[in-house]
Design a binder for this molecule. Structure first.
Ligand code: AMP
Ligand code: GLY
Length: 417
């Protein structure tokens, strides 16, 4: 098969790495890819939002299967366009992608189908929102409705702060039209976990759980990022919890998707806050997570191409997913300044010194001629399986300082449970 993966992050390197191990793959392309995907696939210089360019390429090259990494092309309707042109593509269609593309849409979906989530109200007028915040205590959470590259969520400790955020989003339009509406939510105090699922029509088949570290500094301090560390599985996913999740969340999502005609084939990523052992849904994404993919792919023993084909053919079952029992940890090395402004283009050295047991995924790198250089805020994911979490974690931290680039930073507390 000829396969095209769309995107350029660690998630896409994780997917390409796993796909490249499948005997079903004759040729693997990644558009636009990065320095890491270049090692296992052929990078194609088409941006992930250039739907016309990607469609022409897939038609010309007779691509058998396209796998979409990031959310933007899904929200733009890439799946519908490929399907209209008779191409096989894995990802949510435009209608279902609203589950990620609009926080108001996803909260309404949760409300309609009695899916446990934080209490909320949505507003599109500043004056109404100012009245609305009186119904919440502090801290409260304000979210811009649309896609804001993970920067549209604010936890406010005071009314003053909340008013400033509402000013920025609704009046100053700092997120443009993505902030035409805001969702105001009660703050949930708990532990987060990510659950990625294959969605095949009305079937939802969960993968193993993962725990993402969102804050840039140790002890979960500082600004929110796309995720700077991750491990799988989450220790909170006990048998008892999984049963609760099935009844309280997964079954309700299944019924909700069916009732609302949100039939799709792809990934549903459920962002959970676990409060006193009870699951609450923070958000939905309609794609693989990053860095969740970097810890799930090394643990997945089944052939990913087969799983995706079965999902598309509506024959996937839970038993098709076979997992390595060993846990996996990843630590991201980031550019100085991330998640704020940062510089790119610094040479990266020391990859050749890493132990063979380390799996290295590239998030933001590229080749400048022969030289590998930084090309993003998140640069690389240093990943390891282990007999236990501590073992995997130690292996990473014993190796990580072999890697070097100007301003390299990483958290030292990833994987401590
Ligand atoms: P979201 O994009 O909705 O997942 O929000 C990004 C991050 O903000 C989440 O991963 C949480 O860390 C935090 N967050 C979002 N909503 C809430 C909430 N209601 N209570 C507490 N933290 C939240
Ligand atoms: N790691 C969170 C995300 O992919 O959105």
């Amino acid at each position: 098969m000829k396969i095209l993966v769309i995107g350029s992050g660690g998630r896409e390197h994780g997917l390409c790495w796993k796909l490249s191990k499948s005997s079903k793959v004759e040729k693997l392309y990644c558009a636009p890819g990065n320095g890491g995907t270049a090692e296992v696939a052929e990078n194609v210089g088409i941006s992930s939002n250039d739907i016309d360019g990607l469609l022409s390429f897939a038609l010309e090259e007779k691509i058998d299967l396209t796998i979409v990494g990031p959310e933007e092309p899904l929200v733009l309707g890439i799946v519908d366009r490929f399907n209209e042109n008779g191409l096989r593509i894995f990802g949510a269609n435009k209608k279902a992608a609203q589950l990620e593309g609009s926080k108001e849409f996803s909260k309404e979906f949760m409300g309609r189908h009695d899916i446990p989530t934080a209490r909320y109200e949505s507003f599109d007028k500043f004056d109404d929102a100012i009245e609305g915040i009186k119904e919440f205590s502090y801290p409260l959470v304000i979210k811009a409705d649309g896609l804001c590259l993970g920067k549209g969520v604010f936890i406010c400790d005071s009314e003053e702060e909340a008013i400033d955020v509402l000013q920025d989003i609704l009046n100053k339009k700092v997120f443009g039209s993505e902030g035409n509406t805001v969702v105001i939510e009660e703050f949930l105090d708990g532990i987060e976990a990510s659950l990625l699922c294959f969605v095949s029509g009305n079937k939802i088949v969960p993968m193993e759980s993962a725990k993402d570290y969102k804050k840039i500094f140790e002890n979960d301090e500082g600004l929110n990022t796309g995720g700077v560390g991750c491990y799988s599985p989450s220790e909170l996913f006990t048998e008892e919890f999984k049963k609760r999740l099935e009844i309280d969340v997964l079954e309700k999502i299944r019924l909700g998707l069916k009732k609302d005609g949100l039939n799709f084939t792809g990934i549903l990523f459920i962002g959970l806050m676990i409060v006193d052992g009870m699951p609450k849904v923070l958000e939905f994404n309609v794609r693989f997570g990053d860095p969740e993919t970097e810890v799930l792919m090394p643990r997945l023993e089944s052939d990913l191409v087969e799983l995706i084909e079965k999902t598309l053919d509506k024959t996937i079952e839970e038993k098709d997913l076979v997992w390595n029992k060993r846990p996996c940890v990843t630590v991201l090395v980031t550019s100085k300044g991330y998640p704020g402004d940062y510089e790119k283009g610094y040479p990266i050295t020391g990859i050749d010194k890493l132990d063979k047991s380390i799996i290295l995924f590239h998030n933001g790198t590229k080749y400048d001629g022969e030289k590998l250089v930084t090309n993003g805020g998140r640069v690389m994911s240093i990943t390891s399986l282990g007999n236990n979490m501590e073992d995997a974690r130690k292996n990473i931290y014993n190796n990580i300082d072999n890697i070097n680039f100007n301003g390299m930073y990483y958290r030292k507390d990833i994987g401590i449970i």
